[in-house]
Design a protein around this ligand. Structure first.
Ligand SMILES: Nc1ncnc2c1ncn2[C@@H]1O[C@H](COP(=O)(O)OP(=O)(O)OP(=O)(O)O)[C@@H](O)[C@H]1O
Ligand SMILES: [Mg+2]
Length: 258
């Protein structure tokens, strides 16, 4: 469904060109959670942000990202990619505040996202918004609908960000460390929600450096190291029979958890 092939990304910094991602290939299918793991700076975010053309202007990107019947997302114009972003493919980030507008209520932001892609009335959009808030387990939806982001806890803000991301029923959800900033119990609930979304057919690319998270929710795993994919395994292989020395070391360096 989403296929990244030979992705290369570098950044122009002053007179230098710095390679960030080299020859990266991975895919995400309907109804699976794919984890992209690797240490800090290994290129996880850059790979993920390339998909929706969210990289800064000083980036140089090549490769092919096919999705649905689109040959290469990288070749779409800004206008064309905006039709896909938040609709067919959407994204959640570590910091929900990065996507929430402090000046708009929760409800206004969800409704706005629906109306950007669907030609329906405000009332219909409100109904969909409230239903989506229920799906992501936001209690007292009507009250929360009228609140501003600053009135919510971190966990609730992330749920609102997820509601915005899934409200148009995307085929693919990209999630870049979505639970890192949350405390453990709140994080666990969000992961449960991802599993539910996957079971409904969504394909989820989940970036994490937490192998506990991988063990809990992943179907498949891509391990990144210094801008490249070192190995691709299903979750059982990854933990039981890692292919590379690096993966073995990584697994040894943490306590047994499964
Ligand atoms: N805007 C930028 N300009 C220059 N270099 C960048 C830029 N963004 C990322 N990089 C470089 O690209 C490489 C990969 O970064 P990336 O953010 O993808 O790492 P990551 O795996 O997501 O790390 P983390 O776990 O810390 O989030 C790093 O070496 C980083 O310094
Ligand atoms: Mg990152």
């Amino acid at each position: 469904m989403l296929k990244v092939k030979n992705l290369n990304v570098s950044f122009k910094v002053k007179d230098e060109v710095i390679k960030a991602v080299e020859n990266v290939s991975f895919e995400v299918n309907k109804g699976e959670i794919v984890c992209l793991v690797g240490e800090s700076g290994s290129g996880k975010s850059v790979s993920c942000h390339s998909i929706l053309k969210l990289l800064p202007r000083n980036s140089i990107v090549s490769g092919r990202i096919s999705f649905d019947n689109i040959e290469n997302l990288l070749e779409l114009s800004d206008k064309e990619i905006r039709k896909i972003r938040g609709n067919k493919i959407s994204m959640v980030f570590q910091e929900p505040s990065a996507v929430l507008n402090p000046l708009l209520t929760v409800g206004e932001q969800i409704v706005e996202t629906i109306l950007a892609h669907k030609n329906i009335s405000k009332e219909e959009a409100k109904e969909i918004a409230l239903k989506t808030m229920e799906i992501v387990n936001i209690p007292e939806q009507q009250k929360r609908f009228n609140q501003y982001p600053h009135e919510l806890s971190g966990g609730l803000k992330q749920r609102v960000a997820i509601a915005i991301a899934i409200v148009n029923n995307p085929d693919i959800l990209l999630a870049d460390e979505p639970t890192t900033a949350l405390d453990v119990t709140v994080a666990a609930k969000i992961l449960e929600l991802f599993v539910k979304l996957k079971e409904k057919g969504m394909g989820i690319l989940l970036i994490t450096h937490d192998l506990g998270v991988v063990a809990q929710v992943a179907d498949r795993v891509y391990l990144m190291y210094k801008g490249e994919i070192l190995e691709c395994s299903n979750v059982y292989e990854f933990f039981e029979n890692p292919k590379t020395e690096y993966a073995k070391k990584l697994l040894q360096s943490r306590p047994i958890f499964v």
